[in-house]
Design a protein around this ligand. Structure first.
Ligand SMILES: Cc1cc2nc3c(=O)[nH]c(=O)nc-3n(C[C@H](O)[C@H](O)[C@H](O)COP(=O)(O)OP(=O)(O)OC[C@H]3O[C@@H](n4cnc5c(N)ncnc54)[C@H](O)[C@@H]3O)c2cc1C
Length: 545
């Protein structure tokens, strides 16, 4: 069957893009999805970040398709890996026993699972996936996107058209290419009224990016490579808001901003930290596997030491953006070199020379993730904008719960977790209530047939801090895929669905009845306000994403 004019064109095969495609396919639509790297999954895979999830993730409010993804990850390990008997029989199997989520697993397994979830749709011809294609041109006529031209790694271009187009790129590329109204960086308090916004807007105030990598530790071996060119810079440079050079075990506790020391390996809890960095995002725990099989843990490095905040990716020319990406990789390489050669060890020595890059796990020859981990994208100007006053505990007051949205299309929760930024701002890590995703934040103010479906929705610099995490991005994508299918079915533009109460209820019925999505938190969850039990819990707070 020809796929030249699908119902839906999804540009960007990350977490939101995959979920958008799946939802549209399940509602009977034909989809073309493009992806810049050779792995679908975005932050779950090519950016190599194990999922950052909320406390209710294993409960009934989780979107069934995301729960299916999680179930399949566990099954993948059960089917293919030499798990111990107890790990295999554990319904809550956490392959890496990492602290950051209950499902710390390898990026490559997430790729396999996503491919498996999409396989029948590809076989039937309902879905065509174009890997290693990036958008280079958007053709607009009035308020409609006519086509998107994508270019593959050989420079071959292909122009794709569809009645509805989804921007699920990591940085909101179509917004810029199509001159679609959007914002970058930080909005000002004069505009949003947000407690934690800077006084005035600063488009170049963007959260740090991180170039992640996977490591194992082989005691007695030597895996030290060449010294990175800018190593001495990173080893000595101190930013005013940081307690010392980034190449150090000493960093800043994200919530209270106290200086703390947390090393890679620590045999016993300390007053500073009850767990070490190694266990933070560990994605394979040797103890889960039978003796003599997987004999070394693998941990994913996405720690404060590799947060790159020197220069922004957005609002600068291509050469500057590429320079920033290169520098981000240099910082990651420098941190590895420092850990191997100079880092203080618990036994009084220096450097863990046996730390070894596991590029096979991130799918690369050089050992680093395929793509940089992006926390903040261009954001579409939309009919409705989620601001701190809708979700923030301090902004709303104790017990108030999150704003209730009549046009809810899904659920999410995470702390508002802003990493240090390119404007020299330190962490903003504040509590939020479990929240809803409002349809209005998915509808651009002008363009009728383009829908944002990743971190590029109508949030702000502040609220992006809680809407950017894996399961929230998944739910955003899923709602967008279903919206596209529904609008096509009814022959109306997506924005009509919000404008007409009858249509809105019908669409929400598709979400709940056909896709099983829960649109409201129980009251006890919506108003949940987490109070750390003791000082240790507070100190252990980790800016995880
Ligand atoms: C290759 C393949 C793989 C599949 N894998 C899965 C899977 O993993 N999970 C799963 O749940 N299902 C899966 N299905 C089943 C598929 O989702 C259903 O066949 C499809 O949703 C049609 O549902 P139905 O048979 O109930 O028909 P109906 O509900 O009668 O729908 C028929 C058509 O009407 C349209 N439609 C009806 N109402 C709406 C609405 N409100 N909004 C938008 N469109 C609407 C759809 O386009 C649909 O094609 C798969 C099907 C195929 C062909």
């Amino acid at each position: 069957m020809s796929q030249t004019t699908p119902d839906l064109l999804v540009i960007g095969g990350g977490t939101g893009g995959v979920a958008a495609a799946l939802a549209a396919l399940r509602l009977g639509r034909r989809v073309i999805m493009t992806e810049e790297t050779d792995w679908l999954g975005g932050q779950l895979t090519s950016q190599a970040v194990p999922p950052d999830e909320n406390a209710w993730m294993e409960g009934p409010q989780t979107s069934p398709s995301y729960a299916d993804f999680r179930r399949r990850v566990r099954d993948y390990y059960r089917r293919n890996y030499p798990l111990t008997t107890s790990a295999a029989s554990d319904p809550a199997l956490n392959p890496g026993l990492g602290v950051v989520s209950r499902l710390c697993h390898e990026p490559r397994v997430a790729v396999a699972v996503i491919d498996e979830m999409l396989a029948p749709w590809r076989a039937s011809g309902h879905l065509e996936v174009l890997l290693q294609h990036r958008p280079v041109h958007v053709e607009i006529a009035g308020d409609l996107v006519r086509s998107v031209t994508v270019r593959d790694i050989n420079g071959v271009e292909r122009t794709l058209a569809a009645p509805i187009i989804v921007d699920a790129t990591e940085l909101g590329d179509l917004l810029e290419l199509g001159h679609i109204e959007h914002v970058i960086g930080a909005e000002g308090r004069d505009d949003t009224g947000e407690l934690h916004a800077p006084e005035v807007a600063n488009p170049l105030d963007q959260q740090a990016v991180s170039w992640c990598f996977a490591l194992e530790y082989r005691s007695g071996e030597d895996h030290v490579g060449d010294k990175p060119k800018r190593y001495d810079h990173w080893r000595t440079h101190v930013d005013p808001f940081w307690p010392g050079p980034q190449l150090s075990w000493t960093d800043v506790e994200p919530i209270g901003l106290a200086v703390r020391t947390r090393p890679i390996f620590q045999s016993r809890p300390t007053p500073h930290a009850s767990f070490d960095l190694w266990r933070f995002r560990r994605i394979l725990a040797a103890e889960n596997f039978r003796n003599g099989t997987i004999d070394s843990d693998v941990s994913l490095v996405n720690w404060p030491q590799i947060d790159y905040w020197e220069a922004p990716l957005l609002g600068v020319d291509e050469v500057s953006a590429q320079r920033a990406l290169h520098a981000s990789r240099e910082l990651s390489a420098s941190f590895l070199y420092w850990m191997q050669t100079e880092a203080p060890r618990e036994d009084g020595g220096h450097g863990y020379r046996g730390l070894r890059l596991r590029g096979d796990i991130t799918g690369t020859d050089d050992g680093y993730a395929k793509a940089v981990y992006v926390r903040e994208s261009r954001r579409a100007l939309t009919e409705f904008r989620v601001v701190e006053q809708h979700v923030g505990v301090e902004a709303r007051g104790a017990g108030a719960g999150s704003e209730v949205f009549d046009d809810s299309v899904g659920l999410g929760h995470y702390r508002i977790d802003l990493h240090p930024s390119t404007a020299g701002r330190t962490y903003v890590d504040i509590e939020s209530y479990p929240f809803q995703i409002p349809l209005g934040a998915l509808l651009p103010v002008r363009v009728d047939n383009l829908l944002p479906a990743a971190k590029n929705i109508g949030s702000t610099h502040i609220t992006n801090g809680c809407y950017r995490l894996h399961p929230v991005e998944w739910s955003i994508g899923e709602a967008v895929g279903a919206l596209a299918a529904f609008a096509l079915e009814r022959g109306c533009p997506p924005r009509a669905v919000r404008a007409d109460r009858r249509l809105l209820l019908d669409y929400q019925h598709v979400l709940t009845a056909r896709l099983g999505i829960t649109l409201q938190w129980p009251e006890v969850v919506r108003t949940h306000h987490y109070v750390p039990q003791d000082a240790q819990e507070s100190k252990d707070s980790v800016s995880v994403g």
